[in-house]
Design a protein around this ligand. Structure first.
Ligand SMILES: Nc1ncnc2c1ncn2[C@@H]1O[C@H](COP(=O)(O)OP(=O)(O)OP(=O)(O)O)[C@@H](O)[C@H]1O
Length: 384
């Protein structure tokens, strides 16, 4: 098990990870999701002892990585697939790693077979495609047959067949009882691969729950309604009547309406009562990708100016406390120098929120906006 409590990392003035607490359990694939720059790699580097936390603590099986006896046999990781000596062949690269960790050479051939690189094992890795490089990185992670595996964006550069292969590999490793922690910025991919999700934004925990719970909490049902395009006033009339009847109504880009809070028959009755004809009345479910984008939209560092114009830009609200694992119940409360675990911003004992101060370069923030119309394209296309 991987356990983080109050994990914080600052690089000078930049807070990359803030007060992060979570557990990654054996026997399941845990997806680690967040937009670009949200702190996934920094967190993984701290798990692996490659970066020292500014405060807080992270352990594997109860020990900080650097104190693990024979760490390469216990923990395998793919962090940067390009971190390979390009002049060496795939086999030589793995042999060097194996020798450093006292792993027998026959294991090198085994893992080359597992990742499907046996036929190119003697080719220099500098000629490898991005996907082949990812496979070599995965082979290196598997070398010590470890119980704990971390993969940072393992499907980067892989073709659909490669993506499916990684997905099945992660699941089979977890089914063998291993702890599998996989980062991605793609909700759709994680929904197919992981059973548990840890979502972060700007280094902070946004959500920590099973994929099943994430779906049921975030994939709200809604109705799509369209009135005749030729009579725009009917749309306005129906909107007012539906709101009057207790529904929430959002306009969609194609002229339709997204209605929540009213069952379909009631919407039909309301339309009939105000004498509005309908061209469409259909049930839908918000996609998982949309739910993820809504969750993280306040925590995206890099964004198209077009997105800003349509009001997608929000800050993580001050005082926001994610629902999830609270390490105050275990050893987290004792972590040396750790901020009060579980203390959200604005709570007693919490460190000052580094994100609460207005960002000087940030554009003016609109109030929390309804679901942006352009996200509705994936209606009824639940990623699962
Ligand atoms: N060595 C460093 N020095 C300064 N800032 C850093 C350093 N490493 C990371 N950061 C910053 O910390 C933040 C988190 O970066 P990190 O690479 O952990 O995010 P990420 O979620 O892995 O992003 P991506 O999905 O783009 O790989 C970013 O703003 C990044 O610029």
């Amino acid at each position: 098990m991987i356990e983080a409590a109050g994990l914080t990392k600052r690089y000078g003035a930049k807070t990359a990870v803030y007060n992060l607490s979570f557990q990654v359990r054996p026997g399941t694939v845990t997806g680690f999701l967040g937009p670009n720059g949200s702190g996934k790699s920094t967190t993984m580097r701290m798990v692996l002892g490659l970066d020292q936390p500014t405060s807080g603590r992270v352990t594997i099986g109860g020990h900080p990585f650097r104190e693990l006896p024979n760490a390469p046999r216990q923990v395998g990781a793919l962090l940067d697939a390009k971190a390979v000596h390009g002049g060496r062949s795939a086999r030589q690269h793995l042999l060097c790693l194996a020798q450093l960790s006292g792993i027998p050479a026959r294991r090198v051939d085994e893992v080359l077979g597992v990742v499907g690189l046996q036929d190119v094992a003697r080719r220099r890795s500098k000629g490898f495609s991005l996907g082949m490089g990812q496979r070599l990185g995965i082979a290196a992670a598997l070398l010590g047959d470890p119980q704990v595996l971390l993969f940072d964006e393992p499907v980067n550069g892989l073709d659909p067949e490669g993506i499916l292969w990684v997905r099945n590999l992660m699941k089979s490793l977890a089914a063998e009882g291993r702890t599998v922690f996989v980062s991605s910025h793609l909700m759709s991919e994680m929904a197919l691969t992981a059973e548990h999700l840890i979502v972060i934004g700007r280094g902070q925990l946004l959500s920590d729950m099973s994929v099943k719970d994430f779906i049921s909490q975030n994939s709200a049902d809604f109705a799509r309604v369209r009135t005749p395009d030729t009579e725009p006033e009917l749309r306005e009339k129906l909107t007012a009547a539906l709101i009057e009847a207790g529904g929430q109504v959002l306009p969609e880009q194609d002229g339709g309406l997204r209605v929540t809070g009213l069952p379909l028959p009631r919407i039909s009755d309301v339309a009939h009562d105000v004498d509005v004809r309908l061209w469409e009345l259909s049930p839908h479910q918000a996609s998982l990708e949309e739910a993820y984008m809504r969750l993280t939209q306040g925590a995206v560092d890099y964004r198209s100016t077009a997105d800003q114009r349509i009001g997608l830009h929000q800050q993580v609200p001050a005082g926001y406390t994610p629902v999830g694992y609270n390490p105050a119940d275990s050893w987290g409360a004792q972590a040396a120098g750790a901020p009060q675990p579980g203390g959200g911003y604005g709570q007693p004992g919490a460190q000052p929120n580094p994100y609460a101060a207005p960002q000087p370069q940030a554009p003016p923030q609109p109030p929390r906006s309804p679901a942006p119309a352009d996200l509705n394209k994936r209606d009824n296309e639940d990623a699962r």
